[in-house]
Design a protein around this ligand. Sequence first.
Ligand code: ATP
Ligand code: MG
Length: 420
Amino acid sequence: MSTFQAPKGTYDLLPPDSAVYLAVREAIAAPLRRAGYGYVETPGFENVELFSRGVGESTDIVTKEMYTFTTKGGTRLALRPEGTASVLRAALEANLHKAGNLPVKLWYSGSYYRYERPQAGRYRHFSQVGAEAIGAEDPLLDAELIVLAVDAYRSLGLSDFRLLLNTLGDKTCRPAYRAALQDFLRGLDLDEDTRKRIEINPLRVLDDKRAAVRAQLTGAPRIADHLCEECKAYHEQVREQLTAAGVRYEDDPHLVRGLDYYTRTTFEFVHDGLGSQSAVGGGGRYDGLSEMIGGPELPSVGWALGVDRTVLALKAEGVELPLPRATDVYAVPLGEEARRALFTAVTALRRDGVAADLAYGGRGMKNAMKSANRSGARFALVAGERDLADGVVQLKDLDSGEQTPVRLDELVATVKERLR
Ligand code: ATP
Ligand code: MG
């Protein structure tokens, strides 16, 4: 019988690489925690309509990439393709927006699913950390979120990333821009699908990645020339605050992102070491989403950063994260009595915060010492019957090879001292 393999477009996270993923998630979350964002966790699946309405009927995510299924009870569900709609749904359902403290600031971390053509950096199961600030319209809040993402990337030691920034206007100025853009696009030489898109969601045509389409878009009307005074002033404040925080950005008038509910501020982080899957994260303001999924008017802003691509970006830049040792002390017992004594010693070390492991399975000295070396531990703890009779264990420094007897009742204190 052949063995099973992970489904197409997915991969497993295994030690030691999995530790890097945990560290990346933690590094992205740390600035959010310091800025008052609370952790939220929502189900891995939702009613299909939440995404078709909340992400947009005309987006690739909904039309092509969503995993949908019908339950035995006849409910139509979808594996979540993104986080924002679910997080807003959860906040509305729990009335978090009525508790009096706006914006409601939430962060999340988890798995997302899109039926995509798998390639480097593009998977069918991937991982994001995201943040949403719900219920406030304030350019400082847009700036805050962008700064927090930049600080996360910087704390990881990344430097080859760029921030692309744009504004999409609002319900005052966007309609006229949309109409002007449609007029322009209708005059181009485009395929059937793209022609349809002009009528449903023309801004997304600006996002087309194909060279033949891009070449025709050079003269397209720019949102910057159509912004109302409020949107102009709002965007200017976002930019000023970014500059004040030492964050550089590039104006990208073609940045529209894939989702329908974005208004005003929109941004994307790209990494220059990743080839064509260069977007490591993105987000923006989504003032219309709450009403679109049946809630009150709740202007909001958020982002999602891709964990998989962030790990690839670290590799591309050759950044090695300073990960804590998996094991500080590895115990090598010689004989049955030593096995029991060292099990007790290892337990005491762990309870005092020292990462400790033991050679299980009653292996010989040579074999167990190999495991100690492979574990990456700083010290081996070796003991036989004679040591135990003397009330000591041998603490062997695996870097220098030096070995010293340590009294069992002083073991924890000694190890902690020497690890410092
Ligand atoms: P792309 O243009 O690459 O398809 P997107 O606009 O669909 O990206 P978002 O919906 O903004 O992506 O998701 C935020 C981030 O999640 C992306 O910047 C990317 O890092 C990551 N991401 C999105 N889709 C995938 C995927 N299929 N595999 C791996 N990471 C992904
Ligand atoms: Mg996509």
